[in-house]
Design a protein around this ligand. Structure first.
Ligand code: SAM
Ligand code: SF4
Length: 343
């Protein structure tokens, strides 16, 4: 008989129910706010959790703790082979399954992903100008990413959202154009503040464009309703505002200027199976050794392995802190970049 899920509550009384799974640290882009042009030292394939191992951890989170949402990310998740197979493994869990991608491979796989049970997708698109897109991603793939947005819409992935990281002096003059693009396509755009998680360590406060400023710029052209959509900025990190003319909505993720840690419900697993309770966590819990390193002579039963995984996940959640300290004197950058954690 399946155990009844017991909600996982962290030390600050927040219920943890959203699992972010990174399936690879590799990427076919080199976004300036994420990784250096030459790439990174990639994990060896043998270090990655297999899809079966990932699905097992996800199942334990859902069955034991009632997790409600899973997001697949990376690195670029669609560079790992057979992602459709992973979605097929996760789909029977019956929870919301989302994907964050740079979109360049979506024209090939969006329909297969939707058929396998993917619910929705976030596509990163930071510029609509070819030169700026190239400067930001170091790849001349703007047209394919836009084709990826169209493929996701055509495949019925709902909702399709655009993620745009805004950097001062690079693409901050494009927020209105990106908002217009979202309105025309009927997809929500989420503007994300640049966070100190770039591998190069070039983040600085003056490169962050505050979300309030982004909203003001959009509001001047496409008036927004004054009040945020109820629940946004709470259950979800994006605070959403509807256009007054009914043309959809726009969101801001103000991780730096208005952190939303009080309502955080998420935890993450890196591609090599390290469990993290915050993007900025300094401590990790090794789930790979729990799922993989069973003694050959005396292997544990499946239930016993699930018990061990559940105990380790609960132990990790017991260390979840109140919130990150970006901008405070005691802020310590984690020694992993966004692509190594899974954004
Ligand atoms: N490769 C996929 C993509 O780009 O969508 C998924 C992984 S990426 C690390 C996840 C999200 O993190 C993307 O929306 C990306 O723009 C965002 N991101 C990466 N580095 C960031 C940073 N330093 N600050 C804010 N957002 C960042
Ligand atoms: Fe790759 Fe995504 Fe990082 Fe860009 S943000 S380099 S697409 S992992």
């Amino acid at each position: 008989m399946r155990p009844v899920p017991i909600p996982l509550i962290d030390p600050f009384d927040r219920r943890v129910k959203d699992l972010r799974i990174s399936i690879t640290d590799r990427c076919n882009f080199r976004c300036a706010y994420c990784m250096p042009e030459e790439g990174m030292r990639w994990l060896d394939r043998s270090e990655l959790l297999t899809y079966e191992e990932l699905a097992r951890i996800a199942r334990v989170c859902v069955e034991r703790f009632g997790f409600e949402a899973i997001r697949i990310t990376g690195g670029e998740p669609l560079v790992r082979a057979h992602v459709v197979r992973l979605i097929e493994l996760l789909s029977p869990l019956g929870v919301d399954i989302a994907l964050t991608t740079n979109g360049v491979k979506l024209p090939e796989v969006a329909h297969d992903l939707a058929r396998a049970g993917l619910t929705r997708v976030n596509i990163s698109l930071d510029s609509l100008r070819r030169e700026t897109f190239l400067a930001l991603t170091r790849r001349d793939e703007l047209d394919r990413v836009i084709a990826g947005v169209d493929a996701a819409i055509d495949a019925g992935l709902t909702p399709v959202k655009i993620n745009a990281v805004v950097m001062r002096g690079i693409n901050d003059d494009e927020v209105v154009d990106l908002a217009r693009f979202g309105r025309d396509k009927g997809v929500g755009v989420r503007f994300i503040e640049f966070m100190p998680l770039d591998a190069q360590g070039e983040w600085s406060h003056d490169k962050v464009v505050p979300s309030r400023e982004i909203l003001e710029r959009i509001d001047a052209v496409f008036p927004l309703r004054r009040e945020a959509v109820p629940g946004s900025g709470h259950e979800q990190p994006a605070e959403r505002f509807e256009y007054a003319d009914g043309g959809g909505d726009v969101g801001v993720i103000a991780s730096v200027t208005e952190p939303f840690c009080d309502n955080c419900d998420r935890v993450r697993i890196t591609a090599e199976g390290k469990f993290r309770t915050c993007l900025f966590a300094l401590e990790e819990f090794d789930l790979r050794s729990v799922v993989r390193d069973q003694s050959a002579e005396r292997p544990l039963s499946d239930d016993a392995v699930d018990d061990l995984l559940a105990a380790e996940i609960a132990r990790a959640v017991g260390t979840k802190w109140a919130g990150h300290r970006i901008g405070q004197v005691d802020f310590i950058r984690p020694d992993r970049s966004m692509s190594q954690i899974g954004g």
